[in-house]
Ligand binder design. Structure first.
Ligand code: F6P
Length: 357
C-alpha cells in the first residue's frame, strides 16, 4: 500500500493533468494498492489541509485537459519560512498534514519556485518526487519541461496570424512572447513563425541594430518586419543597471511592457507604423499538444516507478533524450538559460535572424 499526495504549484501550463494521470496509471497498473490525496491550489492546500481523497476516476479523461484539476497558486519561497498572518508556521504545517495523512510521499508538479520549496520539504525529511512543468523551459536539470512545446505551438500560431496582416499593411509588428527571464520560448516560437528579429533576455539588444535590421529588410524589398520580443528582453543600456535600478525603471515606465517601449523607439527612428501584439496567458491555455501529452505521460510513468521503488528526493527530468532522475538539491535555486553561443542561436543568425546585438 502506498499513500500518495499530489499538488500542482506555480503558474499552470498544459499537460499538468496528463503528468498526474501518468503517475497514477503507472502506480495502479503495477498492482500496488494506492490511496491518493489531492491538495488544492498548490502548497496552500498542504499548508491549510485543504485536500480530498482522489479516486482513479478523477484521472480519467484528463489526458487532453489543460490547466490543473487540483488548482494552483504561487506561494513564494522567500516567504515560506515566515509565519502567515495568523502566526502559522507554514513549513511545520505542511509537515503536520503529511504525517497526519500518513503519506508515503508527495508528488509535486512545478517550476523554479516550486522546486525550492519541494527541496526544503525533502530536506525536512518528507518523501518527495517532482515533475518539471513550465512553459518557460527554464528549469535546471532537464533539457525539457512539459507545457513548453504546447506554448511554442500557440505562440507560433500567433506569429503566423500576424504575418498576414503585417504583410497587407506593410507594418512592423512586435509579438511579445512569455518566457519570464529566459529566451527558449520566444526563440523557438520566433524561429517556427519566421520572425525576422528575435530579442531575448540572454542577449541584450541595441535599438540601432534592430533598426538596421528593419532597414535592411526594406532595402531587400520586404514590405513588413516581424519582431519577437521576449517579455524579459533588455537593452544593452538597461543591462548595465543594477537589479534595483532596473526594477525602479520598469515601475516608473509609462509603457505597459518592454515591447511598447521598443515599438515607440522604432517608430521614432524609422517613421514606420509599429503595432504590438501580446498573446499573454493564451500561451499557457488550452489542451496540451501531442508532444506534451506523450512527454508528460512518460515522466509521470517514471515518477510512478520511483515511488514504487521508494526512491525519493528526485525530479524526473529529461537529459540527452533519456528520462533521468535528478536530485532535488541540484535543481533548486538554479535557472537554466540559453547560452549566448548555443548552436540554435548560431543557426538562427545563419538564417538571417537578427538578435539586435
Ligand atoms: O512561468 C510561467 C509564466 O507564464 C511566465 O512565462 C510569465 O512570466 C509568468 O508565468 C506570468 O505569471 P502570472 O501567471 O503570475 O501572471
Amino acid at each position: 500500500m502506498k499513500r500518495v499526495g499530489f499538488l500542482t504549484s506555480g503558474g499552470d501550463c498544459q499537460a499538468l493533468n496528463a503528468a498526474m494521470r501518468g503517475v497514477v496509471k503507472s502506480l495502479v497498473n503495477s498492482g500496488e494498492q494506492i490511496e491518493m490525496f489531492g491538495f488544492f491550489d498548490g502548497y496552500k492546500g498542504l499548508i491549510y489541509g485543504n485536500y480530498r481523497m482522489l479516486d482513479i476516476s478523477d484521472f480519467s479523461g484528463i489526458l487532453t485537459r489543460g490547466g490543473t484539476i487540483l488548482g494552483t497558486s504561487r506561494v513564494p519561497f522567500k516567504t515560506i519560512k515566515e509565519p502567515d498572518e495568523n502566526g502559522l508556521d507554514k513549513v511545520e504545517s505542511m509537515k503536520h498534514w503529511y504525517y497526519k495523512l500518513r503519506l508515503d510521499c508527495l508528488v509535486i508538479l512545478g517550476g523554479n519556485g516550486t522546486h525550492k520549496t519541494a527541496n526544503l520539504l525533502s530536506e525536512e525529511g518528507l518523501n518527495v518526487v517532482t515533475l518539471p512543468k513550465t512553459i518557460d523551459n527554464d528549469l535546471w536539470g532537464t533539457d525539457m519541461t512539459f507545457g513548453f512545446q504546447s506554448a511554442v505551438d500557440i505562440a507560433t500560431q500567433t506569429i503566423d496570424y500576424i504575418h498576414t496582416t503585417a504583410d497587407s499593411h506593410g507594418r512592423v509588428f512586435i509579438v511579445e512572447i512569455m518566457g519570464h527571464k529566459v529566451g527558449f520560448l520566444p526563440l523557438n516560437a520566433g524561429m517556427a513563425g519566421g520572425a525576422d528579429i528575435i530579442l531575448i533576455p540572454e542577449t541584450p539588444y541595441d535599438i540601432n541594430k534592430v533598426v538596421d535590421a528593419i532597414n535592411l529588410r526594406k532595402e531587400r524589398g520586404a514590405k513588413f518586419t516581424i519582431i519577437v520580443v521576449a517579455e524579459g528582453a533588455i537593452s544593452k543600456e538597461d543591462a548595465k543597471l543594477s537589479k534595483k535600478e532596473y526594477k525602479e525603471k520598469l515601475e516608473g515606465s509609462k509603457y505597459p511592457s518592454v515591447s511598447y517601449e521598443i515599438a515607440a523607439k522604432i517608430q521614432k527612428k524609422t517613421g514606420k507604423e509599429v503595432r504590438v501584439t501580446v498573446p499573454g496567458h493564451i500561451q499557457r491555455g488550452g489542451s496540451p499538444d501531442s508532444y506534451d501529452r506523450v512527454f508528460a505521460s512518460r515522466l509521470g510513468a517514471e515518477a510512478g516507478a520511483l515511488i514504487l521503488k521508494g526512491e525519493y528526493g528526485f525530479m524526473v527530468g529529461y537529459k540527452n533524450r533519456e528520462i533521468v532522475k535528478v536530485p532535488l538539491q541540484d535543481v533548486a535555486g538554479k535557472l537554466k538559460m540559453l547560452a549566448p553561443d548555443a548552436a540554435i542561436i548560431k543557426e538562427a543568425k545563419m538564417l538571417g535572424i537578427s538578435f539586435g546585438d
